[in-house]
Design a protein around this ligand. Structure first.
Ligand SMILES: [Zn+2]
Length: 144
């Protein structure tokens, strides 16, 4: 059996007869490459995180405007809320995060605890789509 990354012969130890990698380095290289295939940078490569964050907020704003919402963006970057969204008579606190996809196709993102007097929604920005989740991670759709 040869390593799927470097083609070295795997020296099997005990139960590791079905190992695909010769070393931890090759295993990490394999998963890093796979992750990059699932999460292409889509031109974000040279942009600083502030710019990527602003693009995410603007993409979510456009998406919510298209869904018929009124969208309010924070004037100060230290505001406790990224976007305030009015839909009918309901206000939502929307937090925007850059997300990624796991190899199983699940959406991942960094969720922190955010106190809010409003209904909190997470807008997860992916290269080709935006996904919305309630604070208990149920997926949310904006019915038009
Ligand atoms: Zn290897």
């Amino acid at each position: 059996m040869r390593c799927v990354v470097c083609q070295e012969i795997i020296r099997s130890k005990g139960n590791y007869k079905r190992a695909k990698y010769c070393s931890n380095e090759c295993r990490k290289t394999y998963y890093h490459k796979k992750w990059k295939e699932i999460n292409p940078a889509k031109g974000n490569g040279n942009l600083n995180t502030g710019v990527v964050g602003a693009i995410g907020e603007l993409r979510v704003s456009v998406d919510l405007l298209q869904k018929g919402c009124s969208v309010f963006r924070a004037v100060s970057s230290s505001a406790p809320c990224d976007l305030l969204v009015l839909r009918g008579t309901d206000f939502y606190h929307v937090e925007v995060r850059t997300g990624y996809k796991t190899s199983a196709g699940k959406i991942g993102f960094t969720k922190n605890k955010i106190p809010s007097p409003l209904k909190l929604l997470w807008a997860i920005v992916l290269p080709e789509e935006i996904a919305y989740f309630t604070d208990n991670l149920e997926s949310h759709t904006w019915k038009i």
